[in-house]
Design a binder for this molecule. Structure first.
Ligand code: CA
Length: 148
């Protein structure tokens, strides 16, 4: 397994889904940290740098979308890629998730291959963005470009 410096936060309250996602993503070499509630997730978001958030919607202390909305309001977190997971109806929820500005959306149940591919794509995109921000940062008077 190739180790990367990537950290993924998985917010999912169902242990079996959490296990599956963790196992599927283990091969990516990223470090996977898990939270089962919005409260736990918020503590981990404060605690350190993350490269991707995988967020379930139906959580014991609320809708994952509430956390998503709060993240997008924080300048230091708003560029964190978010993949929303949900067992709710696919088409309506997908549209809603993407409308809110989520980077991607996975309906449950999902295929491990598809999850792996989407996570890899999001991490690549995040990396490109980070490099571009860093490059912009060295030009005096040049504001970092905003995503979207
Ligand atoms: Ca759930």
């Amino acid at each position: 397994m190739t180790k990367t410096n990537k950290r993924i936060l998985l917010v999912e309250d169902e242990p079996h889904v959490s296990d599956i996602v963790t196992r599927v993503l283990a091969g990516s070499g990223a470090e996977i940290v898990t939270a089962a509630t919005i409260k736990e997730a918020e503590a981990l978001l404060e605690a350190g740098k993350l490269d991707l958030l995988i967020l379930d919607r139906l959580l014991p202390d609320g809708d994952g979308v509430q956390l998503f909305t709060r993240i997008k309001q924080k300048p230091e977190l708003r560029n964190l890629p978010v993949l929303i997971l949900s067992a709710k109806d696919y088409s309506a929820e997908q549209a809603e998730g993407l409308d809110l500005g989520a980077d991607d959306y996975m309906p449950k149940p999902f295929s491990p291959q598809e999850l792996r591919a989407r996570v890899a794509a999001l991490l690549r995109r995040a990396e490109k963005f980070a490099h571009r921000e860093a490059a912009d940062g060295v030009v005096p008077g040049c504001k970092p470009r905003k995503k979207n």
